[in-house]
Design a protein around this ligand. Structure first.
Ligand code: GAL
Ligand code: CA
Length: 360
């Protein structure tokens, strides 16, 4: 009896402590509240309209809630830079002033991290850059700079392999029977490591697999579904049913292409096959519903996990040696193909909200 009453009390006080930390979760916490080894993460990302990053950061927050560093749950504050590098620089200063002891930065302009690096160095706060890769020379500016991401080339090759398999299997794709596949590309932001490299490797892989290609056109749609729909409509206007294949640098743009075909009421048989990259919630659902032909999984849970583990190691001083670094400062999480074998599992995982996870 006594034991269980005590247990109850302990649970109750644990609840109170949890309640307090939940409050702290909304801000990095001011300096006085800082405990030596508590992890206070400040995140800033280039744009809150980005689907993949929103899903990645949801996973990051959920994983942090399950962690304990320095005896408590880590605190995290997330800021949206709304596409402006200047705004992001100010946010970094604000996060440092608020007491954050690790920064996770998804650069607006991946070629322009110097101000942020200078600030972090001045206050001795390490930075984990993620998803938008700074050039190597910038990462070498200081020894407390890291990068968590994935190898763009790998995703391009995998997209090309998926498309080649589909084309070999299904003769209907070469609709005009000229022995060539007429294709268009929807590209991400100009200058982003995942745009040019994905396109190049996807196309090269198709060619290496013996598929004759004819490029009709390409458009930049900045990872964005609405922009892609618009650009795709223009391309359809120009080429009508001649487009047999759409290679999109991410799922949101592939979904935009599908939106365009739906809007223009194209029948199933006059549509091209469409490939994306990411495996976002909506991307996976479109595959399940046979609207999107294929995609490559950009492992957001894996990237979030690496970022959480690295942040914890940087503050606690423990666990650095367990992390699979490449070139000392890079943690690269492998892509994998979404297949009929793994889609159900991926969809199942996607459907579990962080709340449901907690309750379970
Ligand atoms: C890519 C991802 C895109 C977009 C972009 C933002 O890795 O595939 O969907 O999120 O990063 O930097
Ligand atoms: Ca053809």
């Amino acid at each position: 009896m006594k034991g269980s009453a005590m247990k109850k009390k302990r649970i109750l006080s644990a609840g109170i402590i949890l309640g307090t930390t939940a409050l702290l979760l909304s801000a990095c916490g001011n300096q006085q509240q800082n405990q030596e080894n508590r992890l206070y993460i400040g995140v800033t990302y280039y744009n809150q309209s980005d689907t993949f990053l929103n899903e990645m950061l949801d996973s990051f927050k959920a994983q942090l809630e399950e962690m304990e560093v320095g005896g408590t749950v880590p605190a995290v504050t997330v800021r949206d830079a709304a596409g402006l590098q200047k705004t992001q620089n100010d946010q970094v200063k604000e996060l440092i002033d608020a007491g954050c002891n690790v920064l996770c930065v998804n650069l607006v302009d991946r070629a322009d991290p110097s101000d942020i690096i200078d600030l972090a160095r001045e206050y001795d706060v390490p930075i984990i850059f993620f998803n938008r890769e700074p050039v190597a020379e910038d990462l070498m500016q200081w020894d407390r700079l890291y990068y968590v991401g994935a190898d763009a080339k790998q995703s391009g090759v995998m997209q090309g392999e998926l498309a080649a398999d589909e084309i070999w299997e299904n003769e209907q794709i070469d609709r005009n029977k000229d022995g060539k596949i007429q294709y268009v590309v929807l590209e991400g932001e100009a200058g982003h490591q995942d745009s040019v490299i994905r396109t190049e490797n996807s196309v090269n892989t198709l060619q290496q697999k013996g598929i004759a290609l004819e490029k009709l056109s390409y458009e930049i749609a900045n990872w964005n579904r609405a922009q892609a729909e618009n650009r795709m409509e223009q391309m359809i206007g120009q080429y009508q049913t001649s487009i047999e294949l759409v290679l999109a640098n991410n799922d949101d743009m592939a979904l935009g292409a599908i939106d365009a075909y739906e809007k223009l009421n194209y029948s199933e048989t006059s549509r091209p096959v469409i490939f994306g990259i990411d495996g976002t919630d909506d991307g996976l659902k479109a595959i399940r519903d046979s609207k999107l032909t294929g995609t490559v999984y950009n492992d957001k849970e894996g990237q979030a996990e690496m970022m959480a583990k690295l942040a914890a190691a940087l503050v606690s001083g423990e666990g650095m040696e367990d992390l699979p670094f490449e070139n000392d400062r890079y943690l690269m999480v492998p892509y994998f193909k979404v297949t009929p074998q793994n889609i159900e599992e991926l969809l199942g995982e996607e459907n579990i909200s962080p709340e449901a996870n907690e309750r379970g």
